[in-house]
Write a new protein. Structure first.
Length: 75
C-alpha cells in the first residue's frame, strides 16, 4: 500500500498547491488537537516540497529554452 509521500509525489503542481492552501486554512482555523495539527503540518511540508519540485523543474526548462534561443541567435 503506497504511503502518503508516494501519493503526494504523483501530484501535479496545481493539485499540490490547492491542497496546501486547504491545509494552511485548516491550521489557521485551529481547534485541532496536537496530533491532528502535527499530521496536517507534515502533510503541508510535503505538499510545499512537491510544489517547489515543480517550480524548480519549470525554472530549469525555461533556462534551457533561453539558452537554446541564445545559441540559435549566435549562429
Amino acid at each position: 500500500m503506497p504511503d502518503e509521500s508516494d501519493e503526494i509525489a504523483g501530484f501535479g503542481y496545481e493539485r499540490a498547491r490547492d491542497e496546501l492552501a486547504t491545509v494552511v486554512k485548516m491550521l489557521e482555523q485551529g481547534g485541532l488537537d496536537l496530533d491532528e495539527s502535527l499530521t496536517l503540518w507534515e502533510r503541508g511540508e510535503a505538499l510545499a516540497n512537491r510544489c517547489e519540485e515543480h517550480l524548480a523543474g519549470a525554472r530549469e526548462r525555461v533556462e534551457n529554452a533561453l539558452a537554446r534561443a541564445d545559441l540559435d541567435q549566435e549562429e
